[in-house]
Design a protein around this ligand. Structure first.
Ligand SMILES: C[S@@+](CC[C@H](N)C(=O)[O-])C[C@H]1O[C@@H](n2cnc3c(N)ncnc32)[C@H](O)[C@@H]1O
Length: 240
């Protein structure tokens, strides 16, 4: 009885009405498949802040988006001692200002990674407006899945615990590679330089009020290990 019911269930497939139904289903499937493809093929010219997609990230970002004020970007780039041939990575690139500035000013290759599709679109717009498409690549990716070994300069503006989580990946960078972190240290790694920048208050960014203090940490690979104080867990700074 069951076998018969199953076999007769396929019979109507050969009727014209069901053929039409299948054609409709096929068309709907083709349309659905074409939607992400169209988004991926959006030309950078169309990728402005105004029409960024609303697609959600593949998972919740580990830290919210706060841009590094341009004056701090400039100081971080200067501290990185960038030279021709360097490859610059920004892990969690936000609107792409660090990679775009690095490429424009120093003529180096740069790659920005962000887990949030909206940030990826904004970065592509920044790259385009700075005319550095030939040097900069923007990728939607989770930074904790990346092989970082191609980079010689890495920028971070994350959280102390996220810097620590990245250490196994950062340790594999080529000797002499520089790591620059805005505002957050990397427990267990002694920086070679720590600089404080006081914001002039351009008012352009939410993080750029006059008098705001920004700390920049620099490490050179392989970094010197720093002994952890006994209560270091409590001092992680971001509660993770
Ligand atoms: C504080 S913002 C820094 C933006 C930029 N680097 C700058 O300094 O202007 C941190 C960025 O990291 C991104 N992010 C958070 N978790 C991430 C992850 N697991 N993988 C990739 N990007 C991530 C956020 O979407 C956000 O754009």
């Amino acid at each position: 009885m069951k076998a018969r019911a199953l076999s007769t269930a396929f019979l109507p497939l050969h009727t014209p009405r069901v053929n039409l139904l299948w054609a409709a289903v096929l068309l709907a499937a083709l349309f659905w498949l074409s939607v992400p493809a169209q988004a991926a093929e959006t030309s950078p010219a169309q990728q402005t802040k105004g029409d960024a997609p609303t697609r959600a990230p593949s998972r919740k970002p580990d830290v919210i988006y706060v841009p590094t004020p341009q004056a701090v970007v400039d100081k971080m780039l200067q501290m990185a001692e960038i030279k021709l041939g360097d490859v610059v990575y920004d892990l969690g690139c936000g609107d792409g200002r660090i990679v775009a500035t690095a490429a424009k000013r120093y003529g180096v290759k740069a790659v920005g990674f962000d887990i949030d599709p909206v940030r990826v679109q904004e970065s592509l717009a920044t790259v385009r407006s700075n005319k550095v498409e030939h040097l900069v690549t923007i990728k939607e990716a989770d930074i904790f899945t990346l092989d970082l070994r191609e980079a010689t300069v890495v920028f971070l503006y994350l959280l102390p615990s996220l810097n620590v989580r990245l250490m196994p990946q950062l340790e594999k960078l080529k000797p002499g590679s520089r790591i620059l972190s805005h505002d957050f240290d990397m427990r267990g790694a002694k920086p070679v330089e720590v600089v404080t920048v006081t914001s002039g208050g351009s008012g352009v960014d939410e993080n750029d009020y006059e008098g705001n203090q920004h700390t920049i940490y620099k490490w050179v690979v392989p970094w010197e290990k720093e002994p952890l104080p006994p209560d270091s867990e409590k001092k992680a700074g971001d509660g993770k």
